[in-house]
Design a protein. Structure first.
Length: 250
């Protein structure tokens, strides 16, 4: 019997991408703060700041994933590295402020669709414990606020962000962190996500059933095969209901 449903966040519960306008506005604020803190030199123009700071963060995160590193990166350390590349040695206080400004730009477009909220509400009404297992290097306290703003957090009994747990999917610890909070063993859980290597492989290694969603991203199963595939999140309750009744299908 399935008693818990875990979800990935990005490209599963919602789709998102930071807009260039939001980044430029954010880094205009960053530039103003640099002018206040470092009075003996003029900071780079906004577009260069976006490229050299936000771009450098993207490169660091991307390289980490390419190398299949499972320890999550520290957001403040990444900003420190990026600014040092521009010749700035900033105090932690300012680095934290910049990280929050950048976070607001990245998360400004995040919005959960009506079908997402309806699916979570239905699963809760059916008696399932719900949790979130998500890879994000962003500031965890701001991520929790994003879930509240999107109307998702109220449906979740457990939330495990990699920036909070310290490791990323497919590492077992991040899945187990959510399940231990819910008080449910892996054999009685299903995980829903959009990535074969992170979501499906990681969950299967613990004996968690998996559903691959293609609503926002498309991956074709090869040697890693999910227990079910859905084109929309709203199909998840029907899949689980079929399993509960003893049906085993593709």
């Amino acid at each position: 019997m399935i008693r818990a449903v875990l979800f990935d966040l990005g490209h599963t519960l919602m789709d998102f991408a930071p807009t260039q306008d939001a980044l430029r506005m954010a880094y205009q604020t960053v530039r103003e703060r640099l002018t206040t803190w470092v009075e003996d030199r003029a900071p780079p123009e906004v577009d260069e700041l976006v490229e050299r700071i936000a771009g450098a963060i993207d490169v660091m995160v991307g390289r980490s994933y390419e190398e299949r590193r499972l320890e999550e990166l520290d957001q403040i350390k990444m900003f420190d590295t990026a600014f040092r590349g521009l010749g700035y040695e900033l105090p932690r206080e300012l680095l934290e402020e910049v990280a929050e400004i950048d976070h607001d730009a990245v998360s400004a477009s995040w919005k959960a669709g009506d079908d997402t909220i309806a699916t979570l509400a239905r699963l809760r009404a059916d008696g399932f414990a719900l949790g979130l297992v998500s890879n994000f290097s962003l500031l965890p306290h701001r991520l929790h606020g994003d879930l509240e703003r999107a109307g998702i957090r109220e449906h979740l009994g457990a939330v495990a962000f990699s920036s909070e747990v310290g490791v990323r999917k497919p590492h077992a610890r991040i899945f187990l962190t959510a399940l231990e909070t819910l008080g449910i063993p892996p054999a009685e859980a299903v995980h829903v996500g959009d990535r074969l290597a992170d979501d499906v492989y990681g969950a299967h290694a613990l004996g968690i059933r998996t559903i691959l969603t293609r609503q926002y991203r498309f991956e074709e199963p090869d040697r890693i095969r999910p227990d079910a595939i859905v084109s929309r999140l709203s199909e998840v309750p029907a899949v689980i209901e079929g399993w509960q009744r003893g049906y085993v299908g593709p």
